[in-house]
Ligand binder design. Structure first.
Ligand code: ADP
Ligand code: MG
Length: 229
């Protein structure tokens, strides 16, 4: 579904992502783990077209999207939940979700969104800024899902979320995969969440992948070592 080959991303003269290649299948949940500063956000922003790449190819469902503007990548089936969630605090929950519809054909919120996130329905007239961290994360995911993406990309979705709520986020992401049969690409630092969620795990270090395992083969202690400073 998603295929990246030889991707390079730089800030000025400083290359941060070095010839990275990987892919994710339809319906697969792929986690990319790495410490702060290893290149997770840079990688995801370049997939979305928010940051330019200096080389390589990004294919979505067999189509080269490398040169497309971000909104065109969304039209072709990418959706993005940024680090820190970036919801609009002054807008209501409903209006926050509707901002995700700007580039969609339908302009209506799909029915299954509120089935997935009943709390957002209850709170639909509240301002986004008045929601808890976990609820804001649900809101950011809901906003990304309204375009009916083929690939959902999330950047550290558990950051700043209470441990008791982290399990709920893993559950809802698995539910989304089941309902929509979409591909999920997620970056993380929380190993328990990743192990609860993913089918496959990769470790990024200094802008390169240094490790890869299917979920059933993951040695948690080895991954902890790789993530230790
Ligand atoms: N806007 C920027 N300008 C220059 N360097 C940046 C910028 N954003 C990130 N970097 C650098 O790129 C590297 C990767 O950062 P980032 O992708 O944010 O890592 P992560 O998301 O894994 O914490 C870091 O060394 C960081 O300092
Ligand atoms: Mg980051």
């Amino acid at each position: 579904m998603l295929n990246i080959s030889d991707l390079k991303v730089s800030y000025g003269q400083s290359e941060v992502i070095h010839n990275v290649s990987f892919g994710a299948k339809k319906g697969e949940i792929l986690a990319i783990m790495g410490r702060n500063g290893m290149g997770k956000t840079t990688l995801l922003k370049s997939l979305m077209g928010i940051l330019p790449s200096q080389g390589g190819r990004i294919e979505l469902g067999g189509r080269d999207i490398s040169t497309m503007e971000p909104y065109m990548r969304v039209k072709h089936g990418l959706a993005y939940v940024p680090q820190g969630r970036m919801i609009f605090p002054a807008l209501t929950v409903l209006d926050n979700i509707k901002t995700g519809l700007e580039n969609s054909k339908t302009k209506t919120i799909p029915d299954d969104i509120f089935a997935l996130f009943p709390v957002l329905h209850e709170m639909r007239h509240r301002r986004g800024g008045n929601l808890s961290g976990g609820q804001q994360q649900q809101l950011a995911i809901a906003r990304a899902l309204v375009t009916d993406p083929k690939v959902l990309i999330l950047d550290e979705p558990t950051e700043g979320i209470q441990p008791s709520i982290i399990k709920d986020i893993a559950r809802v992401l698995k539910e989304i995969r089941k309902m929509r049969d979409l591909t999920i690409l997620v970056t993380e630092q929380v190993l328990s969440f990743t192990l609860d969620l993913c089918d496959r795990l990769m470790v990024i270090d200094g802008g390169r992948f240094t490790h890869e395992d299917l979920r059933e083969h993951v040695d948690a202690n080895r991954i902890k070592q790789l993530l230790a400073v």
